[in-house]
Design a protein around this ligand. Structure first.
Ligand code: FES
Length: 562
């Protein structure tokens, strides 16, 4: 059976992506103005060959119409104005777009396609930047609003995907730099044209002549633009608004249902609203990490009463239920739209005090991302014995010197310190998505740590302590990187088998009486000459099979095998 809500959402996403691609190429074309107006026009010729090809032309405007109608439909379906800040921005932009786009569409769609207007860059820049600065400002505003709306939508689709985690920097650079380049291009071309029109007043007449622009055409375009901007679109919005208001009154009177919470409080909501919306209506904090898109399970609730009256899960929810094998009484609050009164127990507990919310600056961190990572563990050997014979301040002094040298070596080799655990350190190397480079960096860091430790030992030679010794373990593989902990005590870290193996290898340096142990996976990735290394097949606590590893009496041996 076709799930209407899911199909509509899918169609909105597909049409949105298509339109975003169009805007992307359009802004790229604008950016060519940074070189010259002529380059911009040459780019436009290519742009038009593609986008004004009959098939693509109708596909583009058909897609725009569908996306617009689906947006209006979504607006009408809304039963609450409670939204996240991102949703507010995206939806406000969506409401503004048709208004700002009306005059542009009247020129580029109606004028160029049906009235024979040549809407070249020269003409568009002349009619806005040179002759109508207000039109130019509105055009700039339209670009900002369209791009913001599209970018939030695209990032929402990518947010929990691996490709976004891997190329986040690339996505962000494109999203932030493209409109700046496009504005720059348009501005530069505008100045070029304004300068030319001063030195050669005939240039304006020439551009107008080439554009086939006539007074009657101008009247037609302005008429259509005003019609869309001030009559058709506002009427549609108003109709939708009235529909929402009347439905609200009607539903409240005849179609409401009660959601009761385990603590005895309850809220009446219109049928069709989700349980998550019910919590929002009741001003209750309800965890919903993915923003109600069925991609996490943090909003899940246990339904305590009227289980048989629950509507069947939609496809989005069913997918989660199948994957996690939920009991029939466990439902996603963001997907469940109760038809009859129900009593629920939110499983991620509701808290009244907003300060107690799990606060994370990035939802992606909360959900965790599986990625290729290189993990390094270092530990001081016999430090407990050493610290027993020293004053606490001396111990802290020595430890901090040791932490500094480890931190310096790790950060200088593109790694980052994950945590200090007593006299141990866990470091992560996952820069640039280049595992080979990360493995080499981890090995280099381990060598630098041991060299610096030797210097520290000479510095401490008067301290009447045995020289500090260290054990280092390195392993590479997939790990879950995510923000973990609670409130202020949360931080990004890595968990998983790769972390455990790296930690065990560090501990095994005691058994093998060596300074550094790393797995075969690290040696492979770093493309080491294994013939120069001492290999061992070793058992790892918690793993059934033995693993191949290499042990180095001095960490420098690994560098010699590069
Ligand atoms: S909020 Fe994520 S599944 Fe409901």
């Amino acid at each position: 059976m076709i799930d209407t809500a899911l199909s509509i959402r899918l169609l909105r996403s597909i049409t949105g992506c298509f339109l975003y691609f169009y805007v992307f190429t359009h802004l790229l074309n604008h950016s060519l103005g940074l070189i010259s107006l002529e380059t911009m026009e040459s780019g436009r010729a290519l742009f038009l060959r593609f986008w004004r090809h009959d098939v693509l032309f109708y596909l583009l405007y058909g897609t725009l119409l569908i996306h617009f109608l689906l947006g209006i439909y979504a607006l009408g379906r809304r039963r609450s104005v409670k939204m996240s800040r991102k949703e507010w921005i995206r939806n406000s932009c969506a409401v503004l777009i048709p208004f700002l786009l009306a005059s542009h569409l009247s020129i580029t769609l109606w004028g160029s396609r049906f009235l024979g207007l040549n809407d070249s860059y020269s003409f568009m820049i002349l009619s806005t930047f040179v002759l109508d600065p207000i039109g130019y400002i509105l055009l700039g505003l339209m670009v900002a609003v369209v791009w913001t709306h599209g970018s939030i939508g695209i990032l929402g689709l990518l947010e929990f995907r691996k490709i976004y985690a891997d190329y986040r920097g690339v996505f962000h650079s494109i999203i932030f730099s493209l409109p700046v380049l496009a504005y720059g291009g348009y501005l530069n071309a505008g100045f070029e044209l304004a300068k030319e029109s001063k030195t050669n007043p005939l240039a304006i007449l020439e551009i107008l002549a080439n554009s086939n622009f006539t007074k009657e055409m101008g009247v037609d375009i302005v008429f259509l633009s005003d019609l869309l901007q001030f009559l058709i679109y506002p009427s549609m919005l108003l109709t939708m608004l009235l529909f929402v208001v009347f439905r609200r009154i009607f539903e409240k009177k005849f179609f409401s249902t009660r959601v009761k919470y385990i603590d005895g409080t309850f809220v009446n909501i219109s049928k069709g609203k989700t349980v998550l919306e019910a919590s929002h209506t009741a001003n209750r904090y309800h965890e919903s990490v993915c923003g109600g898109r069925g991609r996490c399970t943090t909003c899940r609730v246990k339904v305590i009463s009227n289980l048989d009256d629950l509507p069947t899960p939609n496809k989005i929810e069913q997918r989660v239920i199948d994957r996690l094998g939920f009991d029939p009484s466990i439902r996603l609050a963001c997907q469940l739209r109760p038809e009859k009164n129900i009593e629920i127990n939110p499983l991620i507990s509701l808290v009244k005090n907003e300060k107690q919310k799990l606060r994370f600056d990035n939802q992606e961190h909360l959900s965790g991302q599986e990625k290729e990572t290189v993990i390094m563990f270092c530990d001081l050997r016999g430090f407990t014995t050493l610290s027993e014979g020293k004053m606490p301040f001396d111990v802290v002094f020595i430890l901090n010197k040791y932490f500094k040298l480890v931190t310096d070596a790790v950060t200088e080799n593109q790694g980052r310190i994950d945590k200090f655990i007593g006299d141990g350190v866990m470091a992560i190397f996952d820069q640039d998505h280049n595992t080979s480079l990360n493995c080499k960096n981890a090995l280099r860091a381990s060598s630098e740590i041991t060299e610096s430790l030797a210097d520290l030992n000479s510095e401490l030679s008067n301290e009447e302590i045995d020289p500090l010794r260290i054990g280092i373990g390195i392993h590479t593989g997939k790990a879950i990187i995510g923000k973990m902990g609670y409130g202020e005590a949360s931080s990004e870290t890595a968990i998983g088998d790769t972390v455990n193996v790296a930690s065990r290898l560090e501990q095994l340096t005691k058994n093998y009486s060596c300074q550094l142990m790393f797995s075969n996976a690290v040696a492979e990735e770093a493309m080491l000459d294994k013939t120069k290394l001492k290999s061992v097949e070793t058992e790892i606590r918690g793993k059934k099979e033995k693993i191949d590893a290499f042990c180095c009496n001095s960490a420098k041996e690994a560098i010699d095998a590069f």
